[in-house]
Structure formats: structure tokens, C-alpha cells
Write a protein that binds this ligand. Structure first.
Ligand SMILES: NC(=O)c1ccc[n+]([C@@H]2O[C@H](COP(=O)([O-])OP(=O)(O)OC[C@H]3O[C@@H](n4cnc5c(N)ncnc54)[C@H](OP(=O)(O)O)[C@@H]3O)[C@@H](O)[C@H]2O)c1
Length: 330
């Protein structure tokens, strides 16, 4: 499938707009069609981003024979059904985070990707941000020694609205799944799966976590302290401490353009590493490269990482007693 990869966008909300803007920057990508639950919204979005076609149902997009890959940008609770529909219709999928609501859903999505031999990736753009690549390189070179501790937060004052995607339990709302996922992902990327998990949360009246504090312990004695909140503005940084120094991922760490690397006994080095567009450019390039190489997963964001991530989020949810409809498999 060399040459241009034809994209469809399913769901025309906030993130879909930012993603579509970046799609236009990628040479080998073409936005072929968009789908919304409303034909008027689809028409508007399609016109704004010059899509050749627009649909008033998601199913029509899934069934469009011209589309190679669908980007799914709906609320969390729909990711599984939207993804399965597209894979079953023969389309590769890039699906927003979290890939599914729980490990059962993510397992079903991965099984379908394997059985239909089609590419599937969680849109964890952080992994492809150039500064993240640099961070991994610096750590692998041993510049800061062995990692001993990670501290990271993601928080902002969202303004409580029980009907909004962020707070509506029926849409999979809550700080952990929406933004807490990023510090948790960073800890998995740098330190692997934790041996122990402690967490506590403040729940909203709508029954989701307004904020969540998480502590991970590892077999080798290292620790991660993570926090997510929709109640107040926070630094949105990450600090990685090691035996020989530390690295700060500056605000907003999940798509940072600035790292400060401090080796003990030396002056700090500031690295400025820009990303393209809104930052989604880099994950789009990865998807295109994988599809052109007939891969069904990315080596950098493989199915196993999505499974590790959701399994860890499931365990944190157990600690804070946060359940969603469908957790039990219904
Ligand atoms: N990677 C990132 O940086 C990033 C940032 C923000 C969000 N996200 C993820 O992207 C997903 C969407 O977030 P968003 O902020 O773009 O949300 P949003 O603005 O609310 O958009 C979600 C879209 O999903 C569609 N949808 C389908 N069923 C819906 C329902 N029952 N209620 C509301 N919308 C429904 C709607 O599109 P139509 O009306 O066109 O059908 C809606 O515009 C979430 O999973 C989130 O975690 C990722």
C-alpha cells in the first residue's frame, strides 16, 4: 500500500479538529471522508478540512471501500464498538485513548485486529513526540543513571458539568481515564509494570473521579508518584530522578518541547525539541509507515502496551472503587 494513505475521521469533536489539521501536514496522508452522527456537522467538518466525502452515520464511513484507515475520536465508551465496526469492515484503525474502557474491551479489539490482519493502534501521541524520543535516548545512554523515582501530574480546572464528556459517567468521564492515563503511561514507558499500586480519589456527584492520586512501587524499590485532577490547574510536568541526575519534562509533559537534563555536579542542560503541527503529525507518520509495511501494530506503541496500560488503569480503578457500566462484561 505504498503512496497516499486515505484516512477517514469518525466523530467530529475537539480533538478531531486538531488531528485533521495535522493530517494536512503529512505528505502521504489524504483526508478522504469524515463521519458524524449529524450530516450537517459532517458537511461542515468535511468542508473545513477539504474531505472528498462526508457521512451522517459512522457505519457509512466504515463501509466506504476507498478508506484505508479510520481515526476514531469519540468518547471513551464508544471506542470498542466503533473500532470493531471499522476492523470488521476491513479498515485499519487509529483509536483515541484510552483504547477501551477496560482490559476486556481492549482484548476484544486486539483479537479483532489480529484475526482480520489489520493495523490497530491507540492514539498515544506522547510516544511519538520528538522530545519523548529524546528522553528515551538520554535515559538509554545512562546519562542520569538508573531511574529511582518518577513524579508526574496532569491537572486543570475543568469546571464541573455533569453532562460533559469529562464528568458524565455514561460517557466514561473522570480524571483518571481522560488525563491520569498520561502519567500512568509515562511510568510504564520508563519503569515498566508496577509491583504494587495504591490510589485514592475524590469522586464527583456524577460518580467519576474529580481527582486521583496514585503511588506505584516496583520490585527494585523504585517508585512513581502520579496525580490527575479536573479540579485545579497543576504544573503538568514530569520529573525523572536517577542515580546520576534528573530530567524534567516541562509543561505539558505529554507533548513537551523542552527537557532539562541535570547530571549531578554539572550545570543543567536545556534541550528544546519542537514538534510538527499540533503534535499529532508524528503519530500519523507512524501509522502510515506501519500500514505501508503491512504491520498490524506499531513497535513503539504495540498492542501489549495498550493492554498493560488498561490493565493498570483497571487496577487503579479497583483501588478507588470506580466502576463503569459494562465493566462486568454486559
Ligand atoms: N490525544 C489527545 O490529545 C486527546 C485530547 C482530547 C481528547 N482525546 C480523546 O479523544 C476522544 C474525544 O475527545 P474530545 O475532547 O474530542 O470529545 P468531544 O469534543 O466531546 O468530541 C467527541 C465526539 O464524539 C462523537 N460522539 C459520538 N457519540 C457521542 C455522544 N453520545 N456524546 C458526545 N459525543 C459523541 C461526537 O461527534 P459527532 O457529533 O460528529 O458524531 C463528538 O463530537 C476521547 O476519547 C478523549 O480521550 C485525546
Amino acid at each position: 500500500m505504498a503512496g497516499i494513505i486515505k484516512w477517514g475521521i469518525l466523530g467530529t469533536g475537539k480533538i478531531a479538529h486538531k488531528f485533521a489539521a495535522d493530517l494536512r501536514l503529512v505528505q502521504q496522508a489524504e483526508l478522504r471522508a469524515v463521519a458524524s452522527r449529524s450530516i450537517e456537522k459532517a458537511a461542515r467538518f468535511g468542508a473545513e478540512f477539504h474531505a472528498a466525502k462526508y457521512y451522517g452515520t459512522y457505519l457509512e464511513l466504515a463501509n466506504d471501500p476507498e478508506i484505508d484507515v479510520v481515526y476514531i475520536a469519540t468518547p471513551h465508551v464508544f471506542h470498542c464498538e466503533n473500532t470493531l465496526m471499522c476492523l470488521k469492515a476491513g479498515k485499519s484503525v487509529l483509536c483515541e485513548k484510552p483504547l477501551g474502557m477496560n482490559a476486556r474491551e481492549v482484548g476484544a479489539m486486539i483479537r479483532e485486529s489480529k484475526s482480520s490482519n489489520l493495523f490497530l493502534m491507540e492514539a498515544l501521541w506522547t510516544r511519538f513526540i520528538p522530545a519523548t524520543e529524546k528522553l528515551i535516548e538520554v535515559i538509554e545512554k545512562g546519562v542520569v543513571g538508573e531511574i529511582t523515582r518518577l513524579q508526574s501530574d496532569f491537572g486543570y480546572a475543568a469546571g464541573y458539568d455533569p453532562e460533559s464528556r469529562l464528568f458524565n459517567k455514561k460517557l466514561g468521564g473522570g480524571a483518571l481515564l481522560d488525563i491520569g492515563l498520561y502519567p500512568v503511561y509515562l511510568s510504564l514507558l520508563l519503569m515498566g509494570m508496577p509491583a504494587s499500586i495504591r490510589a485514592s480519589a475524590i469522586l464527583t456527584k456524577s460518580g467519576v473521579d474529580a481527582s486521583c492520586v496514585i503511588h506505584f512501587g516496583y520490585e527494585n524499590g523504585t517508585q512513581a508518584d502520579l496525580e490527575a485532577t479536573l479540579q485545579e490547574n497543576m504544573p503538568i510536568e514530569a520529573l525523572i530522578k536517577g542515580t546520576k541526575g534528573s530530567i524534567k519534562m516541562h509543561k505539558r509533559f505529554h507533548h513537551t518541547e523542552k527537557l532539562t537534563v541535570t547530571e549531578f555536579g554539572k550545570s543543567a542542560e536545556i534541550l528544546k525539541i519542537p514538534y510538527r503541527g499540533n503534535g499529532y503529525f508524528h503519530e500519523i507518520e507512524e501509522v502510515i509507515s506501519c500500514i505501508q509495511n503491512h504491520e498490524i501494530q506499531s513497535l513503539k506503541m504495540p498492542h501489549s502496551t495498550s493492554m498493560d496500560l488498561i490493565s493498570t488503569l483497571d487496577k487503579i480503578r479497583k483501588e478507588i472503587d470506580l466502576t463503569y457500566e459494562g465493566d462486568d462484561g454486559e
